[in-house]
Design a protein around this ligand. Sequence first.
Ligand SMILES: [Fe+2]
Ligand SMILES: [Fe+2]
Length: 193
Amino acid sequence: MNWTDIEVDLKKKLTPKRFRHTMNVVEAADQLARTFGCDPDQARLAALLHDCAKNLTDEQQLDYARQHQLKIDRVSQNDPQLLHGPVGAVLAKECYGVTDAAIQNAIDCHTTGGKNMSTLDKIIYLADYIEKDRSFPGVETIRQIAETDLDGATIMALTNCICHVAQCGALIHKRTIDARNDLIIKTKNLKLK
Ligand SMILES: [Fe+2]
Ligand SMILES: [Fe+2]
């Protein structure tokens, strides 16, 4: 499917608010890609499709994940919307014809983060977090850091996410902890045995 066909399809499937968010993420991802030396076309397509599974119900997320042998850990069992990343990655391939594994992976980990995030993974995670309609406390600081420091901004976004989820009394996904630990180990050059 070409860009216009995907956009038309998503406009039909997503709520107007979610579609607007999607286009804001495209804009933010484009900017981050240009700043941090990633292919803007690749970043824009990953951003366009990052929430392509967001219209599915909890039951549909679980069904789809089961049908495609995706890992359903207990945190996702408790909150099936966490699966919209991994499910979206499969939909991107099967429904929208995206063969680029890097794009699929960025969609897969855009909600929770993940181990060893690539530059594209970080760009999509961050673009989703700081797009222009986001207005939570601290977002302006992360936007400023994201102008020069992709890892620093991603660590701060992951930290914020973990604190927020913990304060809500909800379960924290292991992939988010792994993503943050990995980035801190790498950026601080920690020597761990
Ligand atoms: Fe999402
Ligand atoms: Fe999103």
